[in-house]
Ligand binder design. Sequence first.
Ligand code: SF4
Length: 332
Amino acid sequence: MAVDCLKLADEIIAGKKLEESDDLSFFLAADLAELRQGADRIRAHFCGDKVDLCTIISGKEGRCSENCKFCAQSAHHHTGCEVHDLLDEDEVLAAARANQEEGVDRFAMVNSGRRPTEEDFEKIIGIYTRMRDELKIGLCCSLGFLTSEQFRRLKEAGVTAIHCNIETSLRNFPNVCTTHTFAEKIENIRRAQAEGLSVCSGGIIGMGETWQDRIDMAFTLRSLGIRSVPVNSLMPIKGTPMENLSRLTEEDIIRTICIFRYINPEADIRLAGGRSLMADNGKSAFSSGASASITGNMLTTSGSTIRQDKEMLAELGRDTTPDRERSGCGCR
Ligand code: SF4
């Protein structure tokens, strides 16, 4: 069925919601330029020109009990990844401060493991409490499966958003991980939301899923009320069970970002890992529905990539000024 993507974009702006029962096969056949134009129109209406930038630090790496097939940090694989215990408080503070000074909106500690030990959790609370008291940058974290009490304590320590990717669709999840389930992910997300935390959740494309899996994933995220959706493109890592999967094409990545925008019109669609699979390091994604990005070099705090991203986004007429630096009430 041929669908006029620009007309559909206008209908979505006027309030139409795509439904899982709709025939969405047009997404695969649609002219990419037209699909992108519609996605960009939806983005401009719901998200404006602001691009939300976040950075992450690897608070703890390696030796993870879980067997996510894409991940270098799983103890089930043999990747030779870096292994270290929880970073020192001052090191995390310094990284967060550097990112704040570079004009990044949000900063997150991302730790390997199913959940932190009790001892590490107390240290993490101490680190976030200091960041809350000493800095203005928005605080997020990615710490695995936590209890309601732990989410509550993180919120008190200044965390406003939890990161917990659903990774893929319900159908495809067992092909990606068997040490925990899709349902456990959803329960974790709901526990965090029940404590008043915002949740950032998306996944990775290129893990053997079908287009229907990607569409299902976008609908699951919408049903959970997720307002920040990271889209990673698999970079197959040697030593993981996914090392021989073929790399995604740029067209596949852009089409997926467009689809996520049409299905989740109001969410931030956040460009994440795998940007180097795109010729322009992801520039075209920002004209295809993306409204946010992980920046920096993912694991360190080098300012050059942040600066380059800001320059690239300025060329596109996009605004990367953090809300905290705006005059007035700071509303967006
Ligand atoms: S739980 Fe996280 S760190 Fe552990 S294997 Fe899965 S993705 Fe990697």
